[in-house]
Design a protein around this ligand. Structure first.
Ligand code: C2O
Ligand code: CU
Ligand code: CU
Length: 554
């Protein structure tokens, strides 16, 4: 109770009398051969004279925007100067499990993690944030996160605004709660909206077509974005790429971790001003950010509130004046290639920051692989929400394309590549995803609720991508190595083209779970009944020869 009265007094001081007259911070955009991110404790003055302890990524709060080019190799060094372990995840990027930065890939205090990957994603807005086991919400709340902009030739060929900070504006939207001493109050909701870390921000934008890159970087709040003049605005990109054509809407529901790029036509509006709003009063009561449960909620929940004031200034010398008619054709996988459909069901009860939620009745266990996906497979995932509140579902490893929501077509602005989808109560959503290029090789990918409170509470599972024709160390005889039956529940027989002296079985996390001597015979059997269901690699050795293959335990 003491906390909440302090919050209310700060709220009166900072929110109610709010005038949007703080210049919006624009994080520096870096374009470097090797990026260096130092995660450290900082102090930041969000309000004059109020000093807030924060964490930052080479900054007092949030981090720089990293500019990547499709086809290049990205190199990033993550240096952890915190007193606790962290990890760094490149949200939305399609990269090997080893560099994905999920909870297993811890960066210990004092350690520097070298990351290197080929940039395969198309031009769009991605982001980075920590992903340490049970500490993600806290470290993100304190300020470790930043935007990633991928550029490519297809996007460059379009007449779109792309001068960073001038007509192409990063907007990281977060809510935070401040205590009277200036510290953050850690919880699902805040009652101050920060954009790029700026409370009550304004920006001056030229009287022409501008581009806003929106990222919901909040722990639990879902935003229902629009403008105070009620205008419709074209969405040009979702999480993982441009749409095939601009999709006009007057409301954009952005859940946690989701991104969208929109165009805003300010032509002829010089001297005028406009408010980017979140129309929280329109959110259904099951979506965090609505007024659903007041005592867990905040002054911002269930109401319409301003996010950013836009003051319109003179146009630039070479303005974009029109919204393109067409963008870049989207490339969803072919539905006829779908080999597997997986069902994922949310259950549990609670609210945005408390309670217990499950995926298929399970919670995160770093030692358990929950799904094994075959490299190259195209799958349909059907995600249904049988719990009491809406959850944003996110998967690592790449992008997906929505097929339908409750068997109905999705809105045009959700038709592009995505990696987060808000699943409403009693709703089921289907998407199609192709698992290509990379096996996880001991570093599984996560899928989880992107409400960071829920994620830390275990609403997260993990999957591996395995190559059914695993590359074998030379000399190889994998074609002649046969196993049967696979999947098996207990006994697996094998026959190899050489006398086997030793066999070992490695699990999806790269750990050896079985090793046996074999009396120099080319065939034999192993008992897999003690292993958990999932994919394993069976390795056989004899003399100078070896062979391996994927085996399934079910
Ligand atoms: Cu943005 Cu697994 O996270
Ligand atoms: Cu992610
Ligand atoms: Cu959730």
């Amino acid at each position: 109770m003491r906390t909440s009265s302090l919050c209310i007094s700060l709220l009166l001081a900072f929110a109610i009398k709010a005038q949007f007259n703080n210049p919006l911070a624009i994080p520096p955009a870096l374009e470097e051969d090797t990026f260096h991110l130092v995660v450290d404790e900082q102090v930041h003055e969000f309000y004059p004279g109020v000093f807030t302890p924060t964490y930052g990524a080479s900054a007092e709060y949030l981090g720089p925007t990293l500019i990547l080019h499709k086809g290049d190799t990205a190199r990033i060094q993550v240096q952890n100067e915190l007193a606790q372990f962290t990890s760094m995840h490149w949200h939305g990027l399609h990269l090997p499990g080893e560099f994905d930065g999920g909870p297993p890939r811890m960066v210990m205090p004092g350690e520097t993690w070298d990351v290197k990957f080929a940039v395969k994603n198309p031009a769009a807005t991605y982001w980075y944030h920590p992903h340490p086991h049970e500490l993600t919400a806290e470290q993100a709340t304190f300020g470790v996160a930043g935007m990633i902009i991928v550029r490519d030739d297809a996007e460059a060929a379009l007449d779109l605004p792309r001068t960073y900070g001038v007509d192409d504006i990063p907007l990281v939207v977060q809510d935070r709660r401040f205590l009277a001493n200036g510290s953050f109050f850690f919880g699902p909701f805040g009652d101050s909206v920060l954009v790029n870390g700026t409370p009550r921000p304004f920006i001056e934008l030229p009287a022409q077509v501008v581009r806003l890159r929106l990222l919901n970087g909040s722990n639990a709040r879902v935003y229902n974005l629009g403008f105070d003049d009620g205008r419709s605005f074209p969405v040009i990109a979702g999480d993982g790429g441009l749409l095939s054509a601009p999709a006009p809407t007057d409301r954009l529901r952005l859940s946690n971790g989701e991104r969208a790029e929109v165009l805003l036509d300010l032509t002829g509006m010089q001297g005028d001003s406009l408010m980017l709003m979140s129309f929280g009063s329109e959110l259904p009561s099951t979506i965090p950010g609505s007024s659903y449960i007041l005592w867990e909620s905040s002054a911002l929940s269930g109401i319409d509130f301003p996010v950013l004031r836009i003051r319109v200034a003179a146009p630039t010398a070479t303005p974009v004046t029109e919204v393109p008619v067409a963008l870049v054709p989207t490339s969803p996988p072919n539905i006829s290639d779908v080999s597997v459909t997986r069902n994922k069901s949310f259950s549990g009860t609670g609210m945005a920051g408390m309670g217990q939620f499950f995926i298929n009745g399970l919670q995160f266990n770093m030692d358990v692989v929950n799904d094994s996906v075959m490299l190259g497979a195209t799958e349909i995932w059907r995600v249904e929400n049988a719990s009491s509140i809406a959850h944003p579902f996110h998967i690592h490893g790449g992008s997906f394309y929505l097929l339908d929501r409750n068997d109905n077509p999705v809105p045009a602005w959700e038709e592009g590549a995505k990696d987060v989808v808000l699943v409403e109560v009693a709703e089921h959503v289907r998407f199609m995803m192709k698992f290509e290029d990379y096996t996880t090789d001991g570093w599984p990918y996560m899928y989880h609720c992107h409400n960071l409170m829920h994620e830390d509470d275990g609403m997260m599972l993990q999957y591996v991508v395995v190559d059914p024709n695993v590359a074998v160390p030379a000399p190889t005889d994998s074609d002649e190595l046969s196993v049967f039956p696979s999947p098996t529940q207990n006994i697996l027989s094998f026959s190899a083209p050489f006398p086997v002296e030793e066999l070992s079985v490695v699990d999806g996390l790269g750990r050896e779970v079985m090793r046996q001597q074999v009396p120099k015979v080319p065939g034999g059997s192993i008992d897999m009944s003690s292993l958990r269901p999932g994919a394993y690699v069976l390795m056989l050795h004899g003399g100078a020869r070896s062979a391996r293959t994927v085996v399934m335990r079910n």
